[in-house]
Design a protein around this ligand. Structure first.
Ligand code: ZN
Length: 105
């Protein structure tokens, strides 16, 4: 996602902000609310939970197993049970598979 790549570019030019965190751990701590807000500005029909799903879905497998990630899931009302409709990846999977939204391919 574009906003995600912009944050990577920012970190790349300002590596000291990481303070020992991985780039995705840093984003998780500092940018999720901002990414959700931007998504909802560009796509007003997204619910907060759909926007959170997309924001979190971009972070990658290096972070999804961590306690910090589990805490954020709880904060945004998701379950950590992967088989549930309330799991965070439920909406981002719909977009990935082209069920919702417009595919870029
Ligand atoms: Zn990334």
């Amino acid at each position: 996602m574009l906003i995600h790549e912009i944050v990577h570019a920012y970190i790349f030019t300002n590596p000291e902000v990481l303070n020992g965190l991985t780039q995705h751990a840093y984003m998780l701590q500092n940018y999720i609310d901002g990414i959700i807000g931007s998504l909802q500005t560009f796509f007003p029909s997204l619910t907060s939970q759909q926007a959170a799903s997309l924001a979190l879905g971009g972070l990658g497998d290096d972070i999804t197993g961590t306690q910090a990630f589990a805490d954020v899931l709880t904060k945004y009302g998701f379950t950590t049970n992967m088989n549930s409709r309330d799991y965070f990846a439920f909406y981002s999977k719909l977009y990935e598979y082209g069920t919702s939204g417009t595919s870029c391919k």
